[in-house]
Design a protein around this ligand. Sequence first.
Ligand code: AMP
Length: 210
Amino acid sequence: MKLILLGAPGAGKGTQAERLCKELNVPTISTGNILRAAIKNGTPTGLKAKSFMDAGRLVPDDVIIGIITERLAEADCRDGYILDGVPRTIAQAEAMEKAGITFDAVISIEIADETIMDRMSGRRVCESCGASYHLVAVPPKQEGVCDKCGGKLVQRKDDEPETVKARLEVYHRETEPLKDFYAKRGLLRPVENQPSVEETSRAILRALGR
Ligand code: AMP
């Protein structure tokens, strides 16, 4: 299964991708997680990406296209993948198409901006493995500690309200046109955000005919 998860920042793409990859037995590729790891490790890509990310802006397409084509060429992606947070622009989608990267479906998680603004303050991520949590919806077993690797849970710098607003604007302007792009290719499956993580997972699986 080759999937794209589309949706605004805070729509729950990361959480759903982590659940889906177990169900479908394919890896999740998150460009956000790859970039945060690059920043942490002080690589040239990380240095280039940091100022864009801190400001809630998109990292330039050429950087993202390089990261994603390289990652999808690795052996674990042979039988499928779930892309979380990429493509985010028409240019990225076109570049992936040109590179022969194909998809079976594009799930778009639909959620109101107001719900996202309310939700973002509770989001936490593991600074070691990138796993996502929410203080109310997906709490860790032990406060501040990652269930998966024992790493420290932190609030992302770009989850502050002003930055979230900027990221939502960027989403509507740059990323939402992808819905039309993939609808034209017969791949788009819109899924309404549900009151719980489990219900949204079920809605996604239904949209995939499972
Ligand atoms: P995310 O974890 O997916 O919310 O991504 C965090 C930040 O990383 C975004 O606000 C962008 O600055 C950058 N980023 C992640 N994926 C992409 C992408 N496909 N294109 C451009 N920037 C990206």
